[in-house]
Design a protein. Sequence first.
Length: 214
Amino acid sequence: MLQLDLHVHTQYSYDGTCSVEKAVEVAKEKGLNGIAITDHDSISGHREAKKISNSGFLVIPGVEVSSAHGHIVGLGITEPIPKGLPAAETVELIRAQGGIAIAAHPFAPGRHPELVYKARFDAIECLNSRAILLSNPLAQRFARKNGLVMVAGSDAHRCDDVGMAYTLVDCELNLEAVLEKIRQGGTSIAGRTLPLPDFMWRVLQKALQRRHER
């Protein structure tokens, strides 16, 4: 059974602090079989990861697209996807590259729960380590009610958070097999969320950083 963190940010995200090399290193230390590099509207992280990946660890090319209706994770993506497009169009562009489209943390506070109604997604992110309170249970309930595939990812923006949540798939360790298994619904989710005090401290740190940069 493979353990894959399907939502990892690196320093190529405007709010990421972890290098690609360190993200891979931490994932290996935690016993994961692979990660998806899903930087905000950028595929630069995966291009770097290709240089350091090996046959015993899978780095999935991905992106977290800022659509007009919320964030969408695309896996299996090797070309940029424009941001700001309607969710349905974003999903079609992801699939045109042979990728799969995932509604990212749709019920997290301050996000866009209407996202899940704007397009037909391949999967819903039902366990996100940074999604607090009822965010994950609401996503899981929605997925079960509508017969949708569940996936999980840490949404790590710091190295220590890589692997906090992950998706389990029973298949060979290669990109095509993993994507097909997700499409078929052969997934389960595992992991945990950040403790609320840690989450609030990181929100405060980010706010102070943005204020300092002005």
